[in-house]
Write a protein that binds this ligand. Structure first.
Ligand SMILES: [Zn+2]
Length: 60
C-alpha cells in the first residue's frame, strides 16, 4: 500500500516573511518596510546617510 502524501509546500500565509536586500553602500540587509511597498524596487540604501554616500549616477 502506498499512500501518496503530498504536503503542500506553499508559503502562503507565512506573514512573518519579509523580503530583504542589501544596502548598495554599506551592504547591510534592509528589511522590507511598509513605507517602501510602493517603491521597493527603487530602494537601494538603508538610510539617508548611505544615499548621500552613494556615487551619483549622472543625470536621470
Ligand atoms: Zn547602508
Amino acid at each position: 500500500m502506498s499512500k501518496s502524501q503530498s504536503k503542500p509546500q506553499s508559503f502562503k500565509g507565512n506573514k512573518s516573511y519579509l523580503p530583504t536586500k542589501p544596502c548598495a553602500v554599506c551592504g547591510k540587509d534592509m528589511a522590507w518596510r511598509r513605507s517602501w511597498a510602493k517603491n521597493w524596487d527603487e530602494v537601494k540604501y538603508c538610510s539617508d546617510a548611505c544615499r548621500k554616500a552613494a556615487p551619483k549616477t549622472g543625470s536621470k
